[in-house]
Ligand binder design. Structure first.
Ligand code: ATP
Ligand code: MG
Length: 557
């Protein structure tokens, strides 16, 4: 698909920095914490950081922000690398914040030596009490004025594992009366003993905090613009303070932009983890999840996700993006790129009484109505076939109904015109098959004497392949499930119809060879993708419907 070229306020800052000579080349990074799978919000940050590096011929690192071994795992590291690559990006360097543990430790020692950090023994509760509030200054800790030597000794013993978790912390010595609470002697190191870190094993029991780690990691890598989401705006003074007070050459500029919020889903890793752990979805790659892995399995293309991120743009304004916007990006991509096929989700048998029993023919149909270069496929045609139950009614309910009715005619897509002569019922009185006749003179041309209005899709009874079709819808029925003040538990808003399984669909013969992940338009039904989790069944996932049915529902409210 033709992707849009982005412009935004961050790119304007970069343009100005290049013009003024402040920088001659640009370096960015994407710094995920490996405590879950990436979601579409992360894609916004990936497209921004890697997109800037690509457009300015700069560099972009992938850096795992792995300073909390309690929540982080190797599985997530692997999944994140895979997702970034799948989105179409290549990092210049792959780093772990834990690569810098030794250097970070030395910078902490430098701060202590300068009298700018101290070991504090307040309990977590006392810390909270001493911190003050937005309107009230904090109070100095009793341990704030320890000598440099005593602090160096204690910090060394913290590293050596002499103290219990939570008994001592290292704090920056800034200002307990600062209006910005982040500057009130923030914690920069804590003890976490007995844990095995996925990179450093049991080498450390002392772990640096994000606000200390992040600016130093950025500076060590020579990052020019450190792009992060708005909740870090209040942390910027601390980011700058750390770099201003240690011996380091580089001082990246932190710039904040608004997070992506998407309607009808939740986005925080904590909540997505709950959905997975509580079994409310089938894992991180459930096609209803807003994770990259879920979107991939659902059938989204990397180009559609990149395009979405560029369309929503980068601003400082918090807002919530309509799901329809993401859906139109994949719809537009697949409209152009997905071959057309026929699939009957609710099969109703049709017998063509005037088509000889031993006859069969191979009709040919274009793979794309507007793109000849996509070629053609063959459609076997015989006496017995299936149409969709929804395409037949004994009597038309209104004049808009252009499909098949008793005594009426309709065109079978890519094939002949048929007329319904007789409706056959089973013992329960349900319609079990239709006896029709076909007009042999209507292949590829209209009958001269009458107008055929409707066209329906069909599948050969003998050659059709059985499949399970999974119809996915939005995971939540509330546009902002986690911000509904009236109902506390956001899980109450799960959409119970978000997955409808059609067990016995019938697909045209050529779909028997569909590859995992291959995408198609099922004519008149929507866009579908062969499930990438292979079982002995042929499973097709609905990526998106042909039209935005939610827009209609919302407009009629
Ligand atoms: P979550 O709250 O979902 O766990 P996070 O911010 O803790 O997200 P990180 O792994 O720390 O997740 O994020 C890596 C990068 O992705 C950060 O720079 C972060 O700002 C960015 N990011 C995370 N969520 C979003 C979002 N919804 N929109 C834009 N950027 C995001
Ligand atoms: Mg985080």
């Amino acid at each position: 698909m033709q992707e849009q070229k982005p412009t935004n306020f961050i790119r304007q800052v970069i343009d100005a920095d290049l013009a003024s000579g402040k920088h001659s080349s640009i370096a960015t990074r994407f710094p995920p914490e490996p405590n879950g799978y990436l979601h579409i919000g992360h894609a916004k940050s990936i497209v921004l950081n890697f997109g800037i590096a690509a457009d300015y011929r700069g560099s972009c690192n992938l850096r795992f922000d792995d300073t909390n071994p309690q929540k982080e795992e190797e599985e997530f590291v692997d999944a994140i690398e895979h997702d970034v690559e799948w989105l179409g990006y290549h990092w210049d360097n792959l780093y772990f914040a834990s690569d810098y543990f030794e250097q970070l430790h030395d910078y902490a020692v430098e701060l202590i030596s300068k009298g700018l950090a101290y070991v504090c023994e307040l309990s977590a509760e006392e810390m909270r009490e001493y911190r003050g509030t937005l309107t009230e200054a904090g109070r100095n800790s009793l341990w704030r004025d320890r000598s440099v030597d005593e602090n160096l000794d204690l910090f060394g013993r913290m590293r050596a594992g002499e103290f219990e978790d939570g008994s001592r912390i290292l704090r920056a010595k800034i200002d307990m009366a600062a209006p910005n609470i982040n500057m009130r002697d923030p914690v920069i190191y804590r003890i976490r003993s007995g844990l095995i870190h996925h990179q450093t094993g049991d080498a450390w029991c002392l772990y640096p905090m994000y606000d200390f780690t992040h600016p130093i990691s950025d500076a060590l890598e020579g990052i020019t613009h450190s792009l992060c989401t708005l909740e870090f705006e209040d942390h910027r003074p601390l980011y700058d303070w750390v770099l201003d007070n240690i011996t380091i050459d580089c001082h990246p500029q932190q710039i904040e932009f608004s997070r992506l919020n998407l309607q009808y889903t939740v986005m925080s890793k904590r909540k997505l983890t709950q959905l997975v752990d509580d079994g409310l979805v089938n894992g991180w790659n459930d096609p209803r999840m807003p994770t990259i892995a879920g979107l991939r399995r659902r059938g989204y293309t990397p180009a559609s996700i990149r395009e979405f991120c560029n369309r929503i743009g980068i601003t400082k304004a918090d807002n919530s993006i309509e799901m329809g916007m993401l859906e139109s990006c994949i719809r537009e991509d697949l409209e152009q790129s997905a071959p057309r096929r026929m699939a009957v989700l609710s099969p109703l048998k049709v017998v063509l009484s005037n088509y000889p029993e031993d006859q069969s023919e191979q009709l040919s149909a274009p793979n794309h109505p507007k793109d000849e270069s996509m070629g053609k496929r063959l459609l076997p045609f015989e006496r017995e076939l299936y149409i969709d139950r929804n395409d037949f009614m004994e009597v038309a309910p209104n004049r808009k109904f252009k499909r098949l009715v008793t005594g009426g005619e309709v065109r079978l897509r890519n094939s002949y015109v048929i007329r319904c002569d007789e409706v056959i019922r089973d013992q329960q009185g349900e319609i079990s098959e239709l006896h029709c006749s076909y007009d042999p003179d209507t292949l590829g041309k209209n009958p001269p004497d009458r107008k055929i209005k409707g066209v329906i899709h069909w599948v050969s009874a003998k050659h059709g392949v059985k499949a399970e079709v999974r119809l996915y819808d939005r995971l939540f029925s509330h546009p902002a499930p986690d911000s509904d003040k009236e109902i506390e538990d956001w899980k109450h808003h799960l959409n119970l119809q978000s997955l409808v399984v059609v067990e016995n669909a019938l697909l045209e013969a050529s779909l028997g060879e569909a590859q995992p992940g291959e995408r198609f338009q099922f004519e008149r039904e929507g866009y579908f993708c062969r499930d990438s989790v292979i079982t002995d069944k042929l499973v097709m996932n609905r990526v998106v419907t042909l039209r935005d049915s939610w827009a209609r529902i919302e407009n009629s409210k």
